[in-house]
Design a protein around this ligand. Sequence first.
Ligand code: AMP
Length: 303
Amino acid sequence: MSLLTVGTVAFDDIETPFGKVEKVVGGACTYISWAASYFINDIRLTSIIGNDFPAEEIKALEARGVNMEGLKIMENGKTFFWAGKYHENMNQRDTITTDLNVLDDFDPELPESYKDSQYVMLGNLTPDIQLRVMEQLTNPKLIVLDTMNFWMDVALDKLKLAISKVDVLTINDEEARQLSGEYSLVNAAKKIFEMGPKYLVIKKGEHGAMLMSEDNIFYAPALPLAKVMDPTGAGDSFAGGFIGYLTKTEDTSFENMKRAVIYGSTMASFCVEEFSLGKMKHLSEHIINDRAQRFVNITNFTL
Ligand code: AMP
């Protein structure tokens, strides 16, 4: 099975109560692709970078089986840049800078070999680009879209159009409230289902994630961790684990999506333990399965 990943490949400046790093590798597509690469090996990456982006980072992804035919490298262009600062409560962050740079005029023309991708993860970036990618797909089986408040603020109509065409929307709780105008997440979900998606994943940071359909709800906690250094990319790592597992198992039933939420939460739990991709680059199937089992253990009880 094939997975198409779309999103930013970026440089980040990050400040958390545990430290500060500058110009580290980040971006939604980077985290998604790394996380998904532990589940499947036919990943087709679609993004854009400037010629300032380190070639060894591209090679490292290629070595994990990620196809780079859809990565556009702009000569004389600057890679997307984001700077963020987290507070003592790391569920809250301020965006300090978002420099779109090369993303500004990216027209993602999919390579012929990508067009038949069955599973599609539209990571966080311009809704216009998410729409352009969807237009070119010939045989999608499941399309998942992730986004954030930034795009609700600057491109709400286009974002709603993109959302109307996907199967699963993943957003955080505050964004679900902003998008729907409803405080209760149950009511927010109802409004969002009216917009098009059949499934909604609401990410609640250190409080876990909720999977919802019109008639089902599943709640997964986040793993209680001793060390949380940097939450950047947790949502994208979740998305990568979620879609990676669904692509591997080829089963989009609600029951299987529950397992996908656990694998997504597992990947997010690794991501936050180090800055940037520090931890994500050094995992294995065995390490991932062990941690997924811990989710089973902490939620298992009898009545
Ligand atoms: P997350 O913590 O999962 O929301 O993802 C953070 C990553 O998304 C960072 O590595 C950033 O480079 C990237 N990012 C931040 N803002 C945006 C944006 N407006 N659009 C796309 N990607 C972004």
